[in-house]
Design a protein around this ligand. Structure first.
Ligand SMILES: Nc1ncnc2c1ncn2[C@@H]1O[C@H](COP(=O)(O)OP(=O)(O)O)[C@@H](O)[C@H]1O
Ligand SMILES: [Mg+2]
Length: 322
């Protein structure tokens, strides 16, 4: 597998007044060419911080550890100048943000903002970029796209804005797409269509993608590999089909058991849900961070954090596999 992106020892911390949050803690992985890698985990596990770090979009008091490395096309992009970084952002590596308001300026029409990106990054003429902006909106199934280009962000529904943001991210034909919960605001049918479109882009257009979600259910038949994060750490990573069928880590098992599926309701008729909560920012439990919530925790789990070890084609961080 040739790599589109290689991430080594990525750590990102937020230095708060009273404590430091280790949002991403020594994360290493490779994104293959044409691959869909999903990062999954509950809210607060560090998924957004991880992908924002790849484009150096971490605002103070956040800081990316200087030992972190992100290799793209032969160079460490955490070390390049801001100008070079700006040349990559939105063009070679683009991002769908969790919050649509992070992508669009409320003062300009959606179409003009997509056209602007096409003009700046691809050097297209005004007329050509306006035409392509309409096409980009049509591609994400916005009805009357050639009219909608003249709408301001506030004139679009949440779902349409979300789709416009996806259109913006795809407009320049990026090598890598970083998608942060891109379908959360969409109804199930639109969501499915968007996932199909994204998958098509990775197969036909030579794009690789990191797809962030808290919803493992979306990933069946979509992701190639899944990386499960908890408290800033990788807990499990491996081929998607295998993980969804036979999850190794108790945390992954619990996440999957919490998905509503016909026929798997427990005797009580109630859905299994994970006990306890994600650790509060800045108060990571000792040992394995999941131990206070884990059904299978032993006293040792409170003391030692296991390494990430290989188990057949997957990697897992749990004492059960050491
Ligand atoms: N701008 C920020 N300032 C302080 N803490 C932050 C900031 N962004 C994220 N964090 C903290 O970093 C951790 C990971 O957050 P995040 O990456 O947003 O998680 P996820 O995307 O998995 O929900 C959380 O504890 C969160 O509170
Ligand atoms: Mg997030």
């Amino acid at each position: 597998m040739t790599a589109a992106l290689e991430v080594k020892n990525l750590s990102t911390r937020f230095h708060m007044v009273s404590h430091t949050v280790r949002a991403v803690d020594d994360v290493s992985f490779t994104l293959g060419e044409n691959e869909i890698l999903a990062i999954a985990g509950e809210s607060g596990s560090g998924k957004s911080a991880a992908i924002l770090s790849l484009l150096r979009l971490i605002p103070p008091p956040g800081e990316i550890d200087p030992e972190s490395r992100v290799f793209f096309e032969g160079r460490d992009i955490l070390g390049i100048g801001e100008k070079q970084m700006n040349g990559l952002r939105g063009k070679r590596i683009s991002m769908i943000f969790q919050e649509p308001s992070a992508s669009f300026n409320p003062l300009f029409t959606v179409g003009s903002q997509i056209a602007e990106v096409l003009r700046v990054h691809l050097g297209l003429s005004k007329a050509e970029s306006a035409r392509r902006a309409g096409e980009a909106l049509a591609q994400v199934r916005i009805p009357n796209a050639q009219k909608r280009v003249r709408d301001f962000p506030f004139q679009l529904s949440g779902g349409m804005l979300q789709r416009s943001m996806i259109a913006l991210a795809l407009a320049c034909g990026p090598r890598i797409l970083l998608a942060d919960e891109p379908t959360t605001a969409l109804d199930p049918t639109t969501s499915l269509r968007i996932l199909e479109l994204l998958k098509e882009k990775t197969q036909g257009a030579g794009m690789s993608m990191i797809f962030v979600t808290h919803d493992l259910e979306l990933l069946s038949g979509f992701a190639d590999r899944i990386m499960v994060m908890y408290a800033g750490r990788i807990f499990e990573s491996g081929p998607a089909g295998l993980m969804l069928e036979r999850p190794l880590h108790p945390y992954t098992q619990d996440l999957l058991a919490a998905i509503p599926r016909p026929g798997v309701f427990k005797d009580s008729g109630r859905l299994y849900s994970i006990q306890g909560r994600v650790p509060a920012a800045g108060s990571r439990p000792s040992g394995c961070a999941y131990h206070p919530r884990c059904r299978l925790a032993s006293p040792r789990c409170a003391q030692e954090e296991p390494d990430l070890v290989q188990k057949e084609n997957s990697f897992v961080r749990c004492r059960l596999y050491v």
